[in-house]
Write a protein that binds this ligand. Structure first.
Ligand code: TYD
Ligand code: MG
Length: 482
């Protein structure tokens, strides 16, 4: 008999015959937990053994399939991230740090659906009924006909929902608290999470209802992260944001029924999550309100650049802030919030090697305003602009947006969706865009483009200048968004 794997990684689900401090498959520490095994392995079908299988009906690729039926929650940011509404019969996993707002968002979604005449149920395994009621009160949705229950046993949930009166949507908050009494392991372990999810996914498919699973992500790896679930469910959404920030970003990382690069932006208010339909205005809000202070010019400090980004199908303008300070002790410090630190290292190296600046020897702090996390390489040029500006203490002109990818040679490469980026910048009142040379991208109304072919041209635009330069008049036109 083969040796039986007895330990399962709570992060990635990998099995190992021996306990180890670190999972060999995903590298997570302290994540191996003993799982009870079936006494005998399942029997294979075997050659000619037993029953014959039924025949498969092969069909053509082309067929008369209408798009899947979708349910709109009316929370437009959520609907868009899901690909235009929630698909009946599908399972959606919503992951995120504790306290980020998952329960709030899903209670709001359930309430919105219930208010619209759909049948929505909310099952809490984590909080008491009273806690959920208090939240509903706070959100102003206490009178919507959401069916609320407190349960942790999947058997009970099945008994309640697996019939003709199944609701249109059920929220399970959270999957880590659910357990199957047929399994011996504790709730939250990989086998429980996987087993419970399997049942609930089966329920979704059988009854055509939408199952939303809430999943916590913990660093310790003691609770099964939603990682193991990601390939089981149809859609994976991550809810993220800085806890101290009011902005929350819902991001699709997997979607069988839509695009995966879509984001939804919310703001956490004292009455729940509020949609932010025009995030650019929000991520730039601080800029337009800024007062002129000594050491700043026209409300701008050196070390900031506005990046014209694309999130999914939507252009988003966001400020990138850099602080460059002489390093006092040994290894220079790097602190990056909202961007990839490896890419930052690359850009500082290119600035050092190709442009003769010595950025890399300094302490560098880089921050994406508003708690947004940017993954596009198109932000390279804007990051470089913020860094150079911080180093030379020359502000990037206030009415300028920047985008472009930087190669190791220092060349600036064109990026996708240039038109959409420029249009958004023009819409928000920017007057100039620093863009990659090459494929000429036309600005919108009143937007001039400056082609940057090599990083050194960017450096030339931000020379270490005498302080307190006088800005030309009319250089903060970015404030007015129609
Ligand atoms: P919650 O939805 O409970 O987070 P999760 O389910 O992801 O753990 O939200 C937690 C935070 O949101 C909590 O710190 C309080 C805050 N909050 C508000 O600021 N306004 C509100 O209207 C609500 C309901 C919560
Ligand atoms: Mg919660």
């Amino acid at each position: 008999m083969k040796t039986q794997a007895r330990y399962a990684c709570q992060q990635c689900g990998a099995l190992a015959p021996k306990w180890a401090g670190r999972c060999e498959a995903c590298g997570a520490w302290n994540s191996m937990v003993e799982e009870l095994q079936r006494a005998t392995p399942p029997k294979g079908l075997g050659p000619g053994g037993g029953r014959r299988g039924g025949r498969l009906d092969f069909v053509a690729l082309r067929g008369e399939t209408a798009g899947p039926p979708r349910l709109l929650t009316g929370i437009a940011e959520l609907d868009r991230v899901c690909g235009g509404g929630l698909v009946a019969g599908s399972t959606i996993l919503v992951g995120g740090d504790p306290g980020i707002g998952k329960s709030t968002l899903l209670l709001q979604a359930a309430a919105a659906l219930a208010a619209g005449g759909s049948d929505a149920a909310y099952i809490t395994g984590e909080e008491a009924i009273d806690q959920v009621r208090l939240r509903a009160e706070r959100l102003g949705v206490a009178d919507t006909p959401v069916r609320l229950a407190s349960a942790a046993s999947v058997r009970d949930i099945m008994a309640a929902l697996d019939d003709k009166r199944a609701p249109d949507l059920v929220v399970i908050d959270s999957i880590q608290t659910m357990y199957l009494d047929t399994l011996d392991s504790a709730p939250g372990t990989v086998s429980q999470v996987r087993g419970a999810a399997q049942e609930l996914i089966g329920l979704a498919k059988r009854r055509g209802l939408i199952v939303v699973l809430v999943g916590h992500v913990t660093k310790e790896g003691l609770i099964a992260g939603p990682r193991v679930l990601e390939h089981m469910v149809d859609t994976v959404l991550y809810f993220e944001g800085e806890r101290g920030h009011q902005f929350r970003i819902l991001r699709a990382v997997k979607n069988r029924f839509g695009a995966t690069d879509e984001i939804g932006v919310f703001e956490m208010s004292d009455r729940g999550l509020v949609e932010v339909p025009n995030p650019s205005a929000l991520f730039l809000a601080d800029r337009s309100n800024a007062e002129t202070e000594p050491g700043e010019e026209g409300g701008r400090t050196a070390g900031a650049a506005v990046f014209a980004g694309i999130e999914g199908t939507r252009p988003v303008l966001v400020e990138i802030q850099a602080l460059v300070a002489p390093s006092l002790l040994g290894t220079p410090r790097r602190a990056v919030v909202g961007w990839d630190s490896t890419r930052l290292a690359m850009i500082t190296a290119v600035l050092d090697a190709r442009c003769g600046l010595s950025v890399g020897a300094n302490d560098i702090y880089l921050n994406i305003a508003g708690g947004l996390r940017i993954v596009e390489p198109a932000a390279d040029l804007a990051v470089a602009a913020a860094l150079i500006s911080a180093l030379t203490e020359t502000p990037v002109p206030a009415d300028t947006v920047v985008f472009g990818e930087i190669g190791l040679s220092g060349r600036v490469r064109p990026v996708a969706h240039a038109e959409a980026r420029l249009k958004e910048a023009a819409k928000l009142g920017f007057a100039e865009a620093w863009v990659p040379a090459g494929r000429a991208a036309r600005g919108g109304e009143g937007l001039a483009t400056v082609a940057i072919g090599h990083l050194s041209e960017l450096v030339a635009r931000l020379p270490a200048a005498p302080r307190r330069r006088v800005q030309p008049a009319g250089s903060h036109r970015f404030a007015a968004a129609p």
